[in-house]
Design a protein around this ligand. Structure first.
Ligand SMILES: [Zn+2]
Length: 251
């Protein structure tokens, strides 16, 4: 038996993880992702992943709050990753395998209809994780799934279906810079961002002036900023899937 956390870094890694590697992820299909975030990322040449869903409350039909699918397609056309956050923002620990499969089907079908590639990454609504999801996602071709936990991603130890991230919501800039500066010695910093601003769920908003300040900092300090799918350049996912899934410290 050679499961359980004893894969050597050399087996899991395709190449060394460089210092200053940041993954930017954006949740919930906030309208500001299309109107404000994407143009700003383009200006700096940064990558990013947009985890989309069709929120029920407030409803996805309200286009003052959420992107349309045409705008989501526009993100793909600009070179960004569009990925799955379930259809209805349903927590994976409240669904069985069939229900989760249906949620994944719905987002995949919409992507197909809008000529967006089938998603290969996933973000857990409310950072809730479950073994149902860590088993089903890779069977369906997903390579990485992101939760929370306010800690760095260590590819040699963290299971690819249970990636931790830091939220940058709010106005605590010291917390955000403290997170960014941990991207060294094989550790990747994944950031969770909601709307900039977030007019659907104001408790997760990031003020545009601060967001712009963070991007400028990443640019001036020569960080490499990528989408979640791009981690496959560094991580051998088939090997990494043999790591022990650990469900603690992901909220
Ligand atoms: Zn969400």
């Amino acid at each position: 038996m050679c499961l359980a956390g004893n894969r050597s870094p050399a087996q899991v890694l395709r190449r060394p993880v460089p210092d200053r590697l940041i993954v930017l992820t954006f949740d919930d299909a906030a309208v500001s992702h299309a109107t404000y975030v994407a143009p700003l990322l383009k200006k700096y040449g940064f990558g990013g992943t947009f985890f989309v869903c069709e929120f029920r409350e407030p409803p996805f039909a309200d286009k003052t709050k959420y992107m349309s699918w045409a705008q989501i397609q526009g993100l793909h056309n600009l070179g960004f990753e569009v990925a799955s956050h379930t259809l209805t923002h349903q927590h994976v620990n409240k669904m069985n395998r069939t229900q989760l499969g249906a949620e994944l089907d719905s987002i995949e079908a919409r992507c197909r209809a809008w000529r967006i590639p089938r998603p290969v990454t996933f973000a857990y609504p409310a950072y809730d994780t479950a073994p149902t999801a860590t088993a089903l996602l890779p069977e369906r071709g997903y390579r990485f799934a992101r939760a929370g936990g306010a800690r760095t991603y260590d590819p040699a130890h963290d299971h690819p279906m249970l990636l931790p991230s830091f939220s940058i919501a709010g106005t605590d800039t010291a917390k955000v810079y403290g997170a960014i500066r941990q991207a060294h010695d094989g550790r990747v910093v994944i950031l969770t961002v909601h709307g900039v601003p977030d007019v659907a769920h104001d408790w997760v908003t990031t003020p545009p002036a601060l967001f712009e300040q963070y991007l400028r900092y990443l640019h001036e300090h020569h960080y490499k900023v990528i989408a979640l799918r791009d981690l496959a350049r560094y991580v051998n996912v088939a090997e990494a899937l043999r790591l022990t899934p650990r469900y603690e410290n992901l909220k």
